[in-house]
Design a protein. Structure first.
Length: 259
């Protein structure tokens, strides 16, 4: 499985700290947020990681090259220094770094590994991760759930309090989005019973998704998933373990005690 870390953001919630270095290089107990995600991915057997950059790009390139050497992995740098593309636009722009989608094995070559997915399945999906998210999410368990669900994308979600929720229908298919503070609501597919979950910033996509995205330029993955959910199955991976959005000053300080 390949992976991408979204690390190009300006880190406005962390100002003035991010006036001097990018959010990705903020430290928790002496280790940067970026290194924490890279090391975790490598520990789960991921050897090819793409990272998008924008804020303090030269500083990011230097750190990424050092991490690639330290963890003996390949890190592709998707350079957005000329234009910040947000998460969805950044993913689409980085498409060139991902290996081609492989054909499934023929019936005679079909086999199951100990994790119950084929090698082809494993190589046809991409783990996406926000750089400011810290958690104990098991990437292997999530990958297995993705393969078994036969969906276009699997979004790690939580039952936590927020103002913005993803809406899943009675079949647990992504069906919309709601902002409970403003009452703004978007419904994209039939939904008789609404299940509201908060998005965690960790998700797995099929490489098929690139052929289906109709948006261009700067756009968020939320907008992308909502558009795609009208005709494609996007499922939740419900996680209620340790998780923290470390992109705010208060939570960055809290992270030191949690991780």
């Amino acid at each position: 499985m390949e992976a991408m870390i979204f690390a190009a953001g300006l880190g406005t919630r962390l100002r003035p700290l991010t006036d001097f270095k990018p959010k990705a290089l903020m430290e928790v107990n002496g280790t940067t947020l970026l290194e924490r995600i890279v090391s975790k991915m490598v520990s789960f057997g991921i050897r090819t990681i793409t990272v998008n950059i924008h804020h303090f790009p030269d500083m990011m390139v230097e750190n990424l090259n050092a991490l690639a050497e330290k963890y003996n992995c390949r890190i592709n740098i998707s350079d957005e220094r000329n234009m910040l593309l947000d998460t969805g636009g950044g993913l689409l722009y980085a498409r060139k770094f991902f290996s081609e989608k492989k054909k499934l094995f023929s019936e005679k070559d079909f086999f199951f590994s100990e994790n119950n997915f084929t090698e082809s399945d494993d190589e046809n999906c991409i783990l996406l991760h926000n750089v400011d998210v810290l958690s104990n999410i098991d990437f292997n368990d999530m990958k297995k759930a993705f393969v078994q669900s036969n969906c276009l994308a699997l979004l790690c979600v939580q039952q936590r309090q927020t103002s913005r929720y993803l809406i899943f229908n009675e079949n647990l298919e992504l069906s919309g989005w709601v902002n409970t503070a403003t009452n703004q609501k978007i419904i994209t597919r039939k939904c008789r019973k609404e299940h509201l979950f908060a998005f965690s910033g960790v998700h797995i996509i099929s490489k098929d998704i690139f052929e289906k995205i109709n948006l261009s330029g700067k756009f968020s993955v939320t907008d992308m998933y909502l558009q795609l959910s009208a005709e494609n199955i996007i499922k939740p991976y419900i996680y209620n373990g340790l998780w923290l959005d470390a992109g705010k000053k208060a939570s960055l300080e809290k992270a030191a005690a949690m991780f």
